[in-house]
Design a protein around this ligand. Structure first.
Ligand SMILES: Cc1ncc(COP(=O)(O)O)c(C=O)c1O
Length: 378
């Protein structure tokens, strides 16, 4: 959200004063549990588990859904590097799919990349956009695949009225410093599925078999990590959630203003969104790379191709298929050779070279948003 102040400080102080800094407080509900029940209501999802990162939220989604050695998971070639790393950490291998002109995974390329070993798709709602979820869910249903939505960059985005992260069998949010809701570092797994939720609870809390809730659980316990958050993070997130509606409406007002001004440009087009009412960002695109380069020269605009580890060509450890211990390398368990040549997704590279985000914050004065847009039209 990029805005935190007295509301967050007040709740953080309450955590200090309570002297109970962890999320599990011996039967007493803290801020983290409060946040989880509120976000379940707000996003209309049955279960929400707060974790210490979005990366671990995707990892827990993978392992909760039973994805592991020998499986393939389709991911877009344009996403933060954690998206392909999460299935790798679960023992599966990522298979790259191109994006389309909406800057999100191309459903037609998903279909092309499906093999007999594909188990899941991770559509990514990049930069407050949204994927074509109708097409993706349809493909998943026809091919019997699971869907984990990576909504790390899209908390509060909707797709035809449904919240990003709640459409697939699982979804992941990130609460790192740059995200729509933040507690510095953090994440969340969303699911309507009781079993996936229980498996994530176990994975995130050293097996969780001694917790109060363990007695009610159906799932067999297994060893897990410690991906828990402290109640400081829960407190921050409670304060952030109270301001979230204002944050979203602020972004939507600016989004509409940007669209109304830039829609008249002769030099570029607005990127079409899969749900224009639900997204919280505006992107522009140029017909050719040459046009984009000329615009960059004139305006100093940063194009998506320059977004570092969001572009697959910069995913060095993934592309190299390297691992900390070769005996555990997921590619050893893969049922066919999957390589990642630099030209694997040239269509993605072309689109990213021609596309850029229009930057605006939820509280940026409207006059500033307007003058920034007018400058882009000069
Ligand atoms: C698309 C996407 N996926 C996953 C992540 C991972 O989230 P985190 O940084 O909380 O681990 C991020 C965070 O930057 C992201 O942008």
């Amino acid at each position: 959200m990029h805005h935190f102040g007295n509301e967050e400080l007040e709740l953080l102080k309450q955590v200090v004063e309570s002297k109970r800094l962890m999320r599990y407080r011996g039967g007493e509900n803290g801020f983290t549990m409060d946040f989880e029940s509120k976000i379940c209501q707000r996003l209309k999802v049955k279960h929400a588990l707060t974790l210490n990162s979005g990366t671990n939220a995707i990892y827990c989604a993978m392992t909760a859904m039973g994805i592991g050695p020998g499986d393939e998971v389709i991911v877009p070639a344009f996403t933060w590097v954690a998206t392909p790393m999460a299935p790798l950490l679960a023992g599966a291998v990522p298979v790259l799919a191109d994006i389309d002109e909406t800057l999100t995974i191309d459903p037609a390329d998903i279909e092309r990349k499906i093999s007999p070993y594909t188990k899941a798709i991770i559509p990514v709602h990049m930069g407050n956009t949204v994927c074509n979820m109708d097409a993706i869910m349809d493909i998943a249903k026809r091919h019997n695949l699971l869907v984990c939505e990576d909504a790390c960059q899209a908390a509060g985005v909707t797709y035809h009225g449904q919240e990003a992260g709640t459409i697939g069998q699982t979804g992941a949010l990130s609460f790192n410093m740059f995200k729509n809701l933040t507690c510095g570092e953090g994440g969340m797994l969303l699911t309507d599925d009781d079993r996936y939720y229980e498996r994530a609870l176990i994975m995130h809390d050293a097996g969780c078999y001694t917790r109060d809730h363990a007695a009610q659980m159906q799932e067999k316990f297994f060893p897990g990590f410690n991906f828990r958050v402290s109640d400081f993070q829960g407190a921050m997130l409670c304060a952030q959630l109270a301001k979230f509606d204002g944050f979203i409406s602020g972004l939507k007002e600016r989004r509409d203003l940007v669209r109304s001004i830039l829609g008249s440009s002769q030099q570029f087009e607005l990127v079409t969104a899969n749900d224009p009412d639900g997204v919280l960002s505006v992107n522009i695109k140029f017909p050719t790379q040459k046009d984009a380069a000329a615009f960059k020269e004139k305006h100093g605009t940063i194009f998506w191709i320059e977004s570092g580890r969001h572009v697959y060509t910069n995913w060095t450890p993934v592309l190299n298929k390297s691992w900390w211990d070769e005996r555990l390398n997921p590619h050893k368990f893969a049922r066919r050779t999957i390589d990642y040549p630099l030209d694997a997704c040239t269509r993605t590279l072309d689109i990213l070279t021609r596309s850029a985000a229009v930057s605006f914050g939820y509280s940026m004065p409207l006059s500033e948003v307007e003058s920034n847009c007018r400058k882009l039209l000069q």
